[in-house]
Write a protein that binds this ligand. Sequence first.
Ligand code: GLA
Length: 720
Amino acid sequence: MIYIDERKKAFFLEGENFTYAIDVSDGYLRHAYWGKKIERDDIDQLLFDHPAGYVVAIEASASGRGSLETLPQEISFFGLGDYRTSCFKATGEDGGKVFDLKYDSFELLTEKPSYSDLPMLKGGETLVVRLLDAAKRLELKLYYTVYEECGCLTRHAEITPLGGTVFLERALGFCVDLPDCGYDCITLYGKHSCEAQIDRQALGHGEFSVSSCMGISSHVHNPFMALAEKHATENAGDVYGFGLVYSGNFFLSAQTGEFGTIRVCGGINPLDFRYRLREKESFVTPEVLMTYSECGLGGMSRNFHRAIERYILKRGVPPIVANSWEATFFDFDTKKLFGFIDGLKGLNIDTFVLDDGWFGRRDSDRTSLGDWKVNTKKLIGGLEPVINKCKENGLKFGIWIEPEMISEESELYTLHPDWAVKSKFLKPRTSRNQLVLDLTRKEVLDYLKSTFYALLKNHDISYVKWDMNRPLTEFYSAGLEKENQGEFAHRYVKAVYELADYLTRSFPDIYFEGCAGGGGRFDIAMLKYFSSVWASDSCDAEERCRIQYGYSYLYPLKTVSSHVGASPAHQTSRSIPLESRCNVSAFGAFGYELRLDVLPQEEREFIADYNLFAKQLRSVLAEGELFRTENPFESKFTGFIVMNRQKTKGYGLFYQSKTSYGDGIKMIRLRGLDPKKKYSVPKFGVCAYGSTLMNMGIQHKTTNTDYQSVLYEINEAEND
Ligand code: GLA
């Protein structure tokens, strides 16, 4: 709900469990409160007047009443005496940089506006607060939408010059100045094959930030940040979470201010960002999804999951896939594929996905990106015989593409060397032997639209894995004027959105999976187009426990693609029992990445049964709530429980990495049950009340072998 007190110029955004309040102080928009729900009428008694400071503070207004340096704000502008991180900086035609943005008016929209080239959560009632430069040269609109039942809100901003051209040099679309309660800052960091690792550190003095300047959201930092009270745990304590709905160069920061505040702000990375805006031309910032939870990190994640699932995620039940990549890499032909596909019969797999290597002359990663024609030397008769082979075996067919890329060794590069992103003077930098196509150019985007439209139209394809295997460099387009080069990275991402929007809309029944060398572009924005994202190039279940646990802070597990790999694992040479590899993968968008056709018969039988079970689990994962029970970053155990929303059925995973002699017994305390209802957990031969299972827990006798796991079903039982 949005309540507006026009007399007091106060705005209250309320969810079921939170209040977010804004008011106007000396003409500026003040961040008044965000946290557990409070009484609206009390608020103005409690707001502190911002002191002018002593010697150095710049007075905010002619009345000399306060300083912007000490005012908790909703947005901040460079050059006005607030020396904390500025959200916006713009330079006018005269080179002047100061715009004094003050409250002007508000508007309540019944629907949140949507933008075709910038993904955002769908939303209803939206508050728009208009700020206007004192000299009327610039307007800034702040948009707020509440997701009451999710404990979330979204924000974005729209900036419009009113008196001539401006160059926008910073565009961080949101800011909140929270009272400093001694928070820890939590982020997700990583690298290729080791994504979404959790970092938690006390916020000290100064600014702590995570960012990307790689043109993609990146493996290195996910566009996510949380502030947690010192003592906040998985299940209790105040946590504020922020997830940017953006896939490009981003910036998120938390900064301790002079007067007991912490500023959290974020948006487009200002590095190399400079956007020319002509008079009346608007610029819309990426949105942020924000949540407050008093139920610890688990509460934060469930809020995020609900909002993402309901308001942005491209729907689609993840099929159980058998992907060819780690099964064959580039080394396949029709005969080998036929053997592989025949070998899937009877395993209860839904879809065979043909990964890299099917087009051009692509027998290695050196060549052919851009030449999206089937390699008929490898695949005699093209894709059709492979598709028919799938159908014969009761399978659907999926295909790997990497639309944004071009190999120097390709027909496309011979025809259009200028289509690659490069500088005028230097040899372009390759990564994985490939260059990036300049998607900011219309002719390139048109080529990609028509090429992939034709591929998907002309074949019976039900699944697409959209890869993107290198970060951007050069950040230059021959198609942009000199004055627009600072727009390149943002325009590139918007072009990716346009292409993804076009293809996913044209083929609504195709399941799209995203990928960027694993999780190099796993962010909320991508989930508008892709139902899941290949989370990591590491299929080692031990590594995957941490990777998937980390992603689950922000992303619903059903969006985390997770396949059973070979043992020993390609990436780490670690051997893990098949059951544990399956159990870890089943808590995600499930599938296989190994030669299933040549496995021993007893493993094939196990897999056939397991897939039937995984389909039941999948239906609970699709709409249920996630509870994390054991943290692999803090112990050798990983635990998840997913319960349906009626709290009648669920599944739990308990995984143990290395054992030590005498580990013996581990109590598994369940979560998410109704304390007053009885549940049976057949795997442990237990039937007890929710309260008992959640507090006393279940005794699990661990074995003396490494990498053991148990996946157990939880069912509501008849009450006595
Ligand atoms: C990336 C992906 C892999 C696979 C290869 C193919 O590394 O993450 O899953 O598709 O590309 O080249």
